[in-house]
Design a protein around this ligand. Sequence first.
Ligand code: HEC
Ligand code: HEC
Length: 188
Amino acid sequence: MRFSRLTLAAVFVLSVATVALFAGRTAVFAAAHAPATSAAASQEPPPPPSPSPSGPGGPGGPPPGFKPPAPTNLKVLPRNLTGEQVHEIMEKWEGELGTGCKTCHTVDRKNIGPDGKPGLNFADDSKEEKQTARKMVEMVDSINANYIAKIDSSGDPVTCGTCHRGHLGPEPFVPKPRKDDHEHPAAP
Ligand code: HEC
Ligand code: HEC
């Protein structure tokens, strides 16, 4: 009796912590960044895959009804993500870095699509940018888990876009000159 009440209390505390941890984050973010083995991941399973796109995915995009295959070579994202979930994350990165899939994924000359253009070999690891992106994922996970989660913050996590802001290489920040700075008013 006492034991089960304790267990209940522990589960409650854990769920509250989980909810607090993920409050304000998007489902994609939680799926992408919850370590696959943590208690959080087992309590909050990844969101169900979004329905297959009913229309064409834009110019050069996948054909209608295309269902992305399950990933085979994930090393930093949770390995249980579905093909759709991986695609959602990739499209987010595309926007946050202002770049396309080809920046990180190798062109596969042996795989010519119906449009006569070669496809990409997504599982291949030969592009340096893909390796860098993996390091970035680990860095972002660490920043959120070890620093942002420990401060009284808005709950908005750090994302690729926090630094990249639509550029592959984050631009150096140059503050606007302030009018009231460094002004030496004339002596009266
Ligand atoms: C900034 C680099 C980057 C961009 C841009 C990018 N990807 Fe990825 N992609 C990665 C990395 C890194 C992985 C592997 C993640 C891991 O190891 O957990 C990956 C994995 C994948 C996988 C899973 C491959 C497998 O079988 O394991 C697919 C599919 C994929 N990306 C598709 C895309 C598509 C489609 C786009 C464009 C919309 C895209 N990616 C844009 C870096 C990128
Ligand atoms: C804390 C800031 C920060 C965050 C957050 C961040 N990055 Fe970066 N990223 C950088 C910096 C700084 C560089 C190095 C730019 C340079 O070479 O001058 C970089 C470089 C990269 C590069 C290599 C660019 C190139 O020119 O080859 C890739 C790819 C990349 N980041 C992907 C990502 C992805 C994907 C995420 C999110 C998972 C991410 N970054 C999050 C700061 C950040």
